[in-house]
Ligand binder design. Structure first.
Ligand code: SF4
Length: 339
């Protein structure tokens, strides 16, 4: 097991994420969840739950990981980014101080096993990287029972802890918040490069990966930047990595109006020149949600809200029109196919 901090006698440093906080005795790091207690950095949110729900897997969003199933989704408090547009700020931008009720990993696994059409457990809502010990203990127990594990994350983590997370995680949705470092610096308090490294590390591991970008007008909606981003994903990670482009709504400290739908559809067209699966979210209509075979163009999944209709697929997740593999994680859990 790796060490998540080091103490050289003079200072105590957290090694979990690229902030590498040097934390004084009795204080917490930037994330608000990890505290120096006598030279040891402890997780203050172990077992502290902010959200607990059985969600459609598509809500994570994961569109290519056992489509049509559910996943027990849990989260806690705190985050290692400071996004001024955070859509979950009421849990991510507050500490867990004062919360005494704790949930054991065993209880979560038991609930996951009992839940309907459930493939496993997703660590989501706030940032799961900073919840490392609790995620690890729960995920290891879940996998022993045959459950799948998912992380929905901002990807801001150092290499060694990510190696360990990859070892007990089956699928990731990682936010790529923009493809310019100015955005990361000014709007999130973090840096782009470590997130790119995370994406390459996950992709290289062979674990399932999807990416989400929340589009904020005037900040990350430049068409050239989107072309650059999509080309980088295709070249470094692969053309089959699903990219979700999502509309922003005013939240937390940011009051700009919601992203116009036409901006999202323009960026969808740009990204689709490089990537096989580009989806758009938070739209008024269901357009841009379906999955089409990138080779023959047959629609293989129709999505309307969280209603999923799998079609033109064989039992292994291949297109029946041309034999192209669409889904790698499919058969044993996915809903029945309606051909
Ligand atoms: S996980 Fe928290 S305490 Fe550790 S380096 Fe990152 S922000 Fe700092």
């Amino acid at each position: 097991m790796i060490s998540l901090y080091k103490n050289d006698g003079a200072k105590t440093e957290c090694l979990l994420c690229p902030h590498n906080c040097k934390i004084a005795e009795g204080k917490t790091g930037i994330c608000g969840a990890r505290k120096n207690n006598g030279g040891i950095i402890e997780l203050t949110t172990y077992g502290v739950i902010s959200g607990y729900a059985l969600d459609p897997i598509e809500k994570k969003p994961l569109y290519h990981f056992y489509p049509g199933t559910n996943i027990l989704s849990i989260g806690s408090y705190g985050c290692n980014m400071r996004c001024d547009f955070c859509q979950n700020y009421n849990i991510s931008q507050r500490s867990a101080a004062g919360f005494t009720s704790k949930t054991e990993p065993e209880k979560i696994v038991k609930d996951a096993l009992a839940a309907l059409n459930n493939i496993g457990i997703a660590f989501t809502y706030n940032e799961p990287v900073i919840w490392f010990e609790f995620v690890r203990d729960t995920a290891l127990k879940a996998r022993k029972k045959g459950l799948r594990t998912v992380m929905v994350s901002n990807g801001y983590i150092n290499k060694e802890p990510l190696d360990e997370i990859i070892s007990f995680t089956d699928a990731f949705n990682i936010d790529l918040k923009a493809f310019n470092n100015d955005f990361y610096k000014k709007l999130t308090g973090a840096d782009l490069e470590p997130v790119k490294n995370t994406l390459k590390q996950i992709s290289g591991s062979g674990k399932h990966l999807e990416i989400t970008t929340l589009i904020i007008p005037g900040h990350n909606d430049n068409e050239d930047e989107m072309a650059f981003q999509a080309e980088w994903i295709a070249h470094e990670l692969g053309k089959d990595i699903p990219l979700h482009l999502s509309r922003y709504f005013p939240m937390y400290k940011r009051e700009d109006p919601a992203t116009p739908q036409e901006i999202i559809t323009k960026l969808e067209a740009v990204a689709s020149k490089y990537l096989n699966y580009v989806y758009i979210g938070n739209m008024v209509s269901d357009s841009g949600q379906n999955t089409k075979c990138p080779v023959c163009g047959k629609t293989v999944t129709k999505r309307s809200g969280y209603n999923i209709r799998l079609q033109n697929l064989d039992q292994k997740g291949k297109c029946t029109g041309c034999g192209t593999r669409i889904y790698r994680n499919f058969t044993s859990f996915s809903s029945s196919i309606q051909n």
